[in-house]
Design a protein around this ligand. Structure first.
Ligand SMILES: [Zn+2]
Ligand SMILES: [Zn+2]
Ligand SMILES: [Zn+2]
Length: 583
């Protein structure tokens, strides 16, 4: 079996090193109230941010306060410097990178646009003039920014903006963006700023300034882009921290020195109903796809290995990593009596696809009409036509099109005509057995939930919402929560050691999957007794992860006998969890 590749960095930590305007706050010799404020958040050093990505540190701009900022933030190393523009308040700290050169024994990559690189060469001529010197000078490795780039393992999307009559850069990294120093953001750049969690942007003061955005203007930008949160920076002494925040909309706050939060690096996966929608999206515009196609029920290890190949290929070529899946399951339309009970909902499948790192998913509504499309037409219209496939990743038993006439051989035969490649992903095996949705279904339906978890790469889970049961269990035995689940396949009847998520938190639990034989009830129930949980819950989301089957379902002669058995079950479930290494 193959081993999972090194997981890509998921988050980084952003720290605002400085939040003030070019002269800093307090500004020298100024008698104003903000410059004399006792509020530490009114002390603003010059603008810069630190991005801690795993062990690596990246700074955007090196302000004249860089040394103090790096000390305050406890920076132990520096792996890249990125510049927004060449104004003195953003570059003058460059000389202070020398201790990192000495400690790390090497030059530090410095990224900037051509105009800023020219300013650096001029301003710091002693670094670049190659004149002999007895003192240490910064060692830098200049790299011109001409488009999206990677620094210290993090991808940056430059966001061009105007700063008075000057071209400057803001940057997007994952779900956050930093735009200090701008007066205007062109529509094309606004498009690069959609779907953000956090946006840091220039808001100098209320009074207009030819080079900078104002509070009102930046509030307007935030309204249009609708990030989850926005923070202002490059703040002058006109804006007292507390008073200004009190009048700003709830999602916008003044930034402050030391402000720090996690940034998610991955973009949300885009989901399209129908292939045409994929093609029409501006962010996909002109690109071709790296494609996986199938039902992906359960998104088990076999599916995951295909998606991993799609993502690897997409990352190295710039293709759009895309999964195509069907809803409903084709057999529900073609041969309902043979349709399998599904392990997962469409939402779950899409969630796992997103976790795998795909950029897009296309959901094809499976209809009688789609079933009539011949295999060659399917390739021509869907794969080559709408989805502009560059490389398709399939298992060697892949079948598609009307009457399942399409197979890998047909895909390969048509490849030269449409200019795509076929990559056959070898079957993923565990202990010599290929992992398949059928194998997972069998394990679940036989109560072998540990086997199911091995094939899935995670415990099998049912999810849905809490429902009020008949109350019988609650009154007579132990308090339980009943789950109305959305999946089609519950594990075999019996008692399980589980973990249950209620109100966003996980609790160890004993779960009975059964038909209430003792109380002559009817209908399948999934009832969980949560340990260390005494709240009364009658609604809301719930998920139950099945860890181990303790016993099959039994019928009891009396409530007393049932009660005694439940006590033994709970002991066994607790025993199961105690044997496991904590965490
Ligand atoms: Zn500035
Ligand atoms: Zn002042
Ligand atoms: Zn500036």
């Amino acid at each position: 079996m193959d081993s999972p590749s090194q997981p890509a960095l998921q988050t980084l930590r952003l720290t605002m090193l400085g939040s003030g305007t070019s002269m800093g706050v307090p500004s020298l010799g100024c008698p104003c109230a903000v410059c004399h404020s006792g509020d530490p958040q009114d002390k603003r050093t010059r603008p810069s941010i630190l991005l801690a990505a795993g062990e690596k540190n990246i700074v955007i701009d090196t302000s004249p306060d860089f040394r103090q900022q790096a000390l305050r933030a406890g920076m132990r190393r520096l792996d890249a410097v990125i510049y927004t523009h060449g104004h003195a308040d953003h570059i003058m700290g460059l000389d202070d990178i020398r201790p990192f050169n000495l400690k790390q024994r090497g030059a530090i990559p410095v990224y900037a646009n051509a105009q800023t690189l020219a300013v650096l060469r001029r301003t710091f001529a002693y670094i670049f003039d190659d004149a002999p010197t007895l003192s240490t000078i910064p060692a830098v490795d200049l790299r011109e920014i001409t488009g999206p780039f990677e620094a210290a393992g993090v991808r940056f999307q430059p966001v061009p903006a105007r700063h008075g009559n000057m071209d400057v850069l803001g940057f997007r990294f994952g779900r956050a963006a930093y735009l200090t120093d701008f007066s205007e953001i062109a529509p094309a750049s606004m498009e690069l700023l959609r779907g953000l969690d956090d946006l840091i942007l220039d808001a100098l003061r209320d009074k207009p300034h030819p080079m900078h955005s104002t509070v009102a203007n930046s509030v307007e930008i935030v309204r249009e882009l609708a990030p989850k949160r926005a923070w202002f920076t490059h703040i002058s002494h006109d804006l007292p921290h507390g008073e200004t925040n009190a009048r700003l909309p709830a999602s916008v706050q003044l930034g402050h020195d030391g402000l720090s939060f996690e940034v998610r690096l991955r973009e949300p996966m885009r989901v399209y109903r129908g292939p045409e929608k994929w093609k029409e999206d501006g962010s996909i515009a002109g690109r071709r796809s790296a494609l996986a196609i199938g039902n992906f029920d359960g998104v088990h290890l076999g599916h995951q290995s295909i998606l991993r190949r799609v993502n690897e290929y997409a990352r190295t070529t710039g293709a759009v990593g895309t999964a195509v899946t069907f809803d409903p399951h084709p057999l529900k339309i073609l041969r309902p009596e043979h349709a399998p009970l599904l392990l997962s909902t469409l939402e779950q499948r899409l969630g796992w696809m997103e976790e795998s790192g795909l950029e897009a998913a296309v959901v094809l509504p499976f209809t009688a009409e789609l079933a009539q499309v011949g295999a060659a037409d399917f390739v021509a219209q869907m794969l080559a036509g709408a989805l502009r496939v560059e490389r398709i990743f399939v298992g060697d038993n892949f079948r598609f099109g009307h009457k399942h006439a399409g197979d890998v051989a047909l895909l390969e035969r048509l490849a030269p005509k449409y200019g795509y490649e076929v990559e056959i992903v070898p079957p993923f095996t565990l202990d010599g057995e290929p992992v398949s949705s059928t194998a997972v279904r069998r394990a679940v339906s036989e109560g072998r939930v540990e086997d199911a978890a091995r094939l899935l790469g995670r415990p099998y889970a049912l999810s849905g919402h809490v429902v009020t049961g008949t109350g019988t269990g609650g009154r007579e035995v132990v308090p339980t929560l009943n789950l109305a689940f959305e999946q089609e396949l519950p594990p075999a009847q019996g008692v399980y050691a589980t973990e249950a998520r209620v109100g966003g938190r996980w609790h160890r639990a004993a779960t009975n999957v059964g038909v209430r034989p003792t109380f002559n009830g009817s209908g399948l129930t999934v009832e969980s007794n949560l340990f260390d949980f005494n709240e009364r819950v009658t609604s809301g989301e719930m998920e139950v992860r099945f860890r181990k089957r303790i016993r099959g379902e039994k019928k009891f002669a009396s409530a007393a006998e049932l009660k005694a058995q439940i006590a033994r079950d709970l002991d066994q479930v607790r025993g199961f969890f105690e044997e496991r290494v904590p965490g």
